[in-house]
Write a new protein. Structure first.
Length: 251
């Protein structure tokens, strides 16, 4: 549960906010989708919960003189020995962050209480079976036996709920993709407009530069002394002066 937004938010909305926060604050390249972030958090919860159990079991041994570092090392060894794939515990940084968080500690208490309750029920069932001479029936999740039809109905409801959440998450991701596409198009148009404006500014500067240099050249012609030129040259430059004056006058 998000402590700020509370419980009145859908799973899609909650994980959408996590998705946005992750991509805004990440300091590395990542293309994680919302679904992959959900799966990653599920894996972290699973392994850190198992490691917490290992730490608790090591602490319950209450060896005198054992340092904290020694207990953590023993918990890591216990985690590896009990893992089906003999994996090492690689989420120490996550454990250090989560272990003292109130919500995480409360969740750990709930798990511990649930295990104790289940163990008590199993022991009570075993004792009762021994007393009656009947074999003990396996405890089905710590609850009384229920009709198969009722269990099937619950399974269908859970499956329907999971499907609904998946559809909601996919719809949320599709909407996010549409928003990203729209934003990308807007940015593309904005870049095109900026590029066009820069091109227009460049052309304007080039025109002004051209006009400036042409005026300098034309001024030289207008104020040129023709007295020392040949008749043909005089005629040419007189025509040029006339053209320049007519164009300037018309402009």
């Amino acid at each position: 549960m998000d402590p700020i937004q509370g419980v009145d938010q859908s799973q899609g909305t909650y994980w959408g906010r996590i998705y946005d926060y992750f991509h805004v604050n990440k300091t590395f390249e990542s293309t994680h989708t919302m679904i992959s972030l959900m799966n990653r958090w599920s894996g972290i919860q699973h392994d850190v919960n198992l490691f917490c159990g290992c730490v608790t079991r090591i602490q319950d041994r209450n060896r005198s003189g054992s340092r904290v570092d020694d207990k953590i090392a023993e918990a890591c060894a216990l985690f590896k020995s009990e893992d089906r794939k003999n994996r090492k515990f690689t989420l120490m940084h996550c454990w250090n962050i989560l272990k003292d968080k109130p919500k995480w500690m409360e969740r750990r208490k709930e798990i511990t209480c649930a295990k104790k309750t289940s163990n008590k029920k199993q022991k009570a069932t075993a004792i009762s079976s021994l007393a009656s001479g009947e074999p003990a029936a396996p405890d089905a999740g710590g609850s009384d036996a229920q009709p198969s039809g009722r269990l099937d109905g619950k399974k269908k409801e859970k499956k329907k709920l999971r499907q609904g959440r998946t559809i909601e998450a996919v719809e949320f991701l599709m909407e996010k993709k549409k928003e990203a596409d729209r934003e990308r198009e807007l940015k593309k148009d904005e870049r095109c407009n900026k590029a066009f404006a820069l091109q227009e500014e460049r052309l304007k500067l080039e025109r002004e530069r051209f006009e400036f240099h042409r005026k300098l050249e034309e001024d030289k012609i207008i104020y040129m002394d023709l007295s020392t030129m040949t008749f043909d040259d005089q005629q040419y430059f007189e025509d040029r002066k006339r053209e320049i004056r007519e164009r300037r006058f018309n402009n």
